[in-house]
Every structure is written in C-alpha cells, then in structure tokens.
Design a protein around this ligand. Structure first.
Ligand SMILES: Nc1ncnc2c1ncn2[C@@H]1O[C@H](COP(=O)(O)OP(=O)(O)OP(=O)(O)O)[C@@H](O)[C@H]1O
Ligand SMILES: [Mg+2]
Length: 273
C-alpha cells in the first residue's frame, strides 16, 4: 500500500538519502540507477513504491545520456550500490535505469553496460519522462525535466508518451550566466547558484535563462492539448521557476517537492521484472 502522497514520498526519500538511513519495508524491493549529467542517484523502493533508501553522487561521467567516462561511471555506480547495500544490510542484484528520450541504440547499450559492469542485472531501461510520470501519478499533461545539460519535454495522454523532445539547455547554462556575471569559474558559479542565501540575486541573473527555456517549451507544446505542465529536475529548484513558466506559456505549471529526485525515484518505481 502506498503510504504517502507524492510530495511526502519525495521528502521522505530526500531525508533517507541525507541521513543515510532506510525505512522499514516488507518483502520485495525495487532499485533504480539514474545516470544523470550532474548527479548519479541510486534509489530503492518497496513493492508499493514507498521509498526505502538511496544514495547520490555529483559527477560528470555521463553527458546527456552519453557515457563520457566509462570507468568512472562504473566506479561510482559500484560505490553507490555498496553504500545502499550497507544501509539496507542486504544485497541488491537487479535494477532499472533510464535514458533521455531519443537516445540512440548504441548509447542505450553503453548505459546498460555500466550497470552490468557494476554487477547489477538490468531489469528494464525506461525513458526518463515515463519514470517521472510514474512518481507524479499523472497520465496526462507535459513533463519538463530541466537537468544539468538538457531539458526534456514529454507530452503524455492516457498514460502514453505522445511526443518527446530534448533541448540542449539546463542548469549548466544558468551557471555559465552566473560565472560570466561575476567573472568567476564555472565551479564557483555552481556553488553560488545553490546557495540558498543568495537565491534572490541568483534568480534575477538566471530569470532570462528560465524565460528562454519556457519559450522553447512553449514551442514544443504547440498543437497539443496540454492543461498542466509538471517541472522536474535540479535546475527548476529556484522557488519562482514555475511562475516564470506559467507566465510565459500560459499553462498551469506544477513543481513537486524535491524536483531533483523525481526521475531517480521513478526509475526504481519502474523496476518491474
Ligand atoms: N538548489 C539548486 N538551485 C539551482 N540549481 C540547482 C540546485 N540543485 C541542483 N541544481 C542544478 O540542477 C542540475 C542537475 O539537475 P539533475 O540532477 O536533475 O540533472 P541530471 O539528471 O544529472 O542531468 P541531465 O538530466 O541533464 O542528464 C545542475 O545544473 C545543478 O547545478
Ligand atoms: Mg536527469
């Protein structure tokens, strides 16, 4: 039985990762590995999709669904797996993973190979928006995943993905704007961008980037009957992000709690043998 509503679920998952704890569960577990451009996340849920445990690591071993550092990626997945196994006190043998829509076959194989090389049997490879929609419990509307390097747009109707697109914009773009403004390195800009005490100044700097993203998304939605947009992914963390989208696109825009964890949790939810 599902114990939480979707925002509670994401908050519980966030705290489990932060505190390196697990939640009591019965019977079977399902696992997921998100190989993102900015973050690699290992997620575990119970058979009713309640969060059980997780671990996350910031790395740039994958770029927009392309493995750019194969050895590094394997090492990180291996470490995250053993970290979660330690927290749980049991072995994890299989997991699902996900790819951005439109990933080419050869690259899908490379993603699967990373898991297999880390001793994980790959149960399924889902597409990211479908994973996100599974956590959000939606069958209709648009899911916009604003990650590090890319922004994925997916339109769902009756639980089916009707349309997908991937645009080369995301949080990296925001950091570049901040770096340029203060004349600092990208790494320093990343830190400043995530400093909650600087949110007001940061938002003023990145607002034009968000507006540009919204215009791009708007173009993709043209001709589709979309009543709600759900924004996920780390780069939509800014508190006013969804309001900019709503203003530019003119469609109600909803941001769940912990947008960074929606797709990762959804990958574990989608781990069905
Ligand atoms: N608190 C925050 N405020 C603003 N941006 C943030 C915050 N936390 C994370 N980000 C940004 O979110 C991005 C990472 O998001 P996410 O983990 O969803 O991406 P990813 O899945 O690794 O990448 P992709 O989906 O593009 O492959 C980074 O650009 C990061 O700087
Ligand atoms: Mg992502």
């Amino acid at each position: 039985m599902s114990l939480f509503d979707k925002n509670e679920k994401l908050d519980v998952f966030y705290n489990l990762i932060k505190d390196e704890q697990f939640r009591e569960y019965n019977n079977n577990i399902k696992a997921g590995v998100d190989l993102g451009t900015a973050n690699i996340v290992f997620s575990v849920v119970d058979e009713f999709d309640n969060p059980v445990a997780g671990a996350s690591y910031s790395a740039s071993v994958v770029k927009d669904g392309l493995v750019v550092d194969y050895i590094g990626a394997i090492e990180i997945v291996r470490n995250l797996k053993s970290k979660v196994e330690k927290i749980l006190g049991r072995e994890i043998k299989y997991a699902s993973t996900a790819i951005p829509p439109g990933t080419l076959n050869g690259n899908v194989k490379a993603i699967a190979n990373v898991l297999e090389a880390a001793d994980i049997e790959v149960v399924s490879i889902v597409d990211e928006p479908t994973a996100a929609a599974a956590v959000l419990g939606i069958t209709d509307g648009a899911v916009v995943d604003v990650g590090g390097g890319t922004t994925g747009v997916s339109i769902l109707k009756d639980g089916k993905v009707l349309y997908t697109a991937d645009e080369p914009t995301g949080g990296t773009h925001m950091s570049l704007v901040i770096a340029g403004n203060y004349n600092i390195s990208f790494e320093e800009a990343e830190k400043i961008k995530k400093d909650p005490n600087r949110e007001k100044d940061n938002f003023l700097l990145v607002k034009p980037v968000i507006e540009k993203m919204a215009h791009i998304v708007k173009r993709h939605l043209e001709g589709y009957d979309v009543k709600k947009i759900y924004v996920v992914g780390g780069a939509c963390s800014f508190s006013e992000f969804e309001n900019v989208f709503k203003k530019v696109i003119g469609i109600e825009t909803i941001k769940p709690s912990r947008p960074l964890l929606v797709t990762p949790l959804g990958i574990a939810v989608s781990c069905i043998k």
